[in-house]
Design a protein around this ligand. Structure first.
Ligand SMILES: [Zn+2]
Length: 172
């Protein structure tokens, strides 16, 4: 899934854990939030096969270019605005994005010898945690190259944003 979808998922999980688990179970709420936000990536990325998600860059395709400019801007806006609303939401956003931060961060840092990350030569977190659902979804259609694949992701985003806004208006 796109970065901002992971961010919204982390925000929603954090809000649900902290708003609905009583304060006397605060540490359980933290533990549950961190675990669920982290594992949400293992559900969302396999679901990304039903969304527009070309594995390779299509620099000659203006749809691809505009789409990626827009989703990068949305990710930035989501991150900044929710940090301004409640800075602790950074935790949920971070955990929900941790697979990407680790796997793609390592791929980037491997180029620099000083980091000694030569061993991190595969997206280990994605490979390990996404494998079960990837296997389950394998027989189903793959829309990664289909432009209509932006629609399922937008539908999911709407389903995330409505409860997030509602929770924030009612509780924060
Ligand atoms: Zn990912």
């Amino acid at each position: 899934m796109q970065a901002y979808t992971h961010l919204l998922t982390g925000i929603l999980i954090e809000l649900l854990c902290f708003l609905f688990i009583p304060m006397e179970y605060f540490f359980f709420a933290i533990f549950l939030m961190l675990t669920l936000a982290f594992l949400s990536h293992a559900v969302l990325d396999p679901l990304a096969r039903f969304t527009y998600h070309p594995p390779e860059a299509h620099w000659n395709d203006s749809f691809w270019k505009y789409y990626h400019v827009i989703i990068s801007m949305i990710a930035f806006v989501v991150m900044i605005s929710f940090v301004l609303i409640e800075w602790t939401l950074v935790l949920g956003m971070f955990m929900a994005s941790l697979f990407d931060i680790m796997d793609w961060g390592a791929r980037f840092l491997r180029k620099y010898q000083g980091f000694h990350l030569e061993w991190y030569d595969r997206p280990f977190l994605h490979d390990f945690f996404c494998a079960p659902l990837n296997r389950l979804f394998k027989p189903l259609p793959n829309w990664n190259e289909e432009k209509k694949g932006i629609l399922p992701e937008i539908a999911l985003n709407i389903a995330q944003i409505i409860p997030i806004i509602w929770l924030i208006i009612v509780f924060l």
